[in-house]
Design a protein around this ligand. Sequence first.
Ligand code: DO4
Ligand code: MG
Length: 293
Amino acid sequence: MKIFRVVKRGYYISYAILENNMVIRLDEDPVKALIRYSENKEVLGDKVVGLDYESLLKNFKVNDVRITKPLDPLEVWGSGISYEMARERYSEENVARILGKTIYETVYDAVRPEIFFKATSNRCVGHGEAIAVRSDSEWTLPEPELAVVLDSNGKILGYTIMDDVSARDLEAENPLYLPQSKIYAGCCAFGPFIVTPDEVKNPYNLDIKLRILREGKVFYEGSVNTSKMRRKIEEQIEYLIRDNPIPDGTILTTGTAIVPGRDKGLKHGDIVEISISNLGTLITPVIKLERKK
Ligand code: DO4
Ligand code: MG
């Protein structure tokens, strides 16, 4: 099952796409529907005929209906340095060190993973909605990642595409600035769907692709397969929920291995496209925030 959500005249409407492309209008909150489906493969709702969701995905808005993020997570968490590539994070910069190794090399080799608070729903956007570059950042990058939607016990209810947008200059300046690099308005995009585990047979064999488009041309592209993930999702979840209560519908994003570099920072007007096998394509325009006087 895939869940997506639209906004029509200010109201959210949730839909599920079942086998054979049958679309159901959900009678309940998408997180409750995911829990119900995980328990007995059922959803509550009525069959819908003629909803052209493919056209909504392509055009973002059709008449007075627009697609939006598939649920409203109370909490979004991130895990980092989970791919070997991320071990080199800022290797060209003057990075903080512990006993001779950079903090990124240290955490890559450590038993404990990096887990950080990323966002609340009001800081997240969905397919077709704008991610943001902070007003005080000159180097912000998308981080295309596989994310999991969890229940309060850490069970995986679904998978989605997430962009852990990060002000990399702030983080590079001082690791204590990580929360400011990671958490701000428009710092996170996810969707267009939540896809249930029965449709994602092997989360460790998914292609993640990133494209940044500038003035209609491909400005950057990169890809990785999740088979390269060194810090497994189960381990990330175990540390996330250790002594830390999470609400149903929490999202955990599992780290990036695609790093566009210093000269590829996002600019106002860019378009970021992230595709993951089985999960679809998440497309978001970029805006630069203006400092409020
Ligand atoms: O410590 C920095 C954040 C790491 C991260 O977001 C990632 O590896 O994806
Ligand atoms: Mg990340």
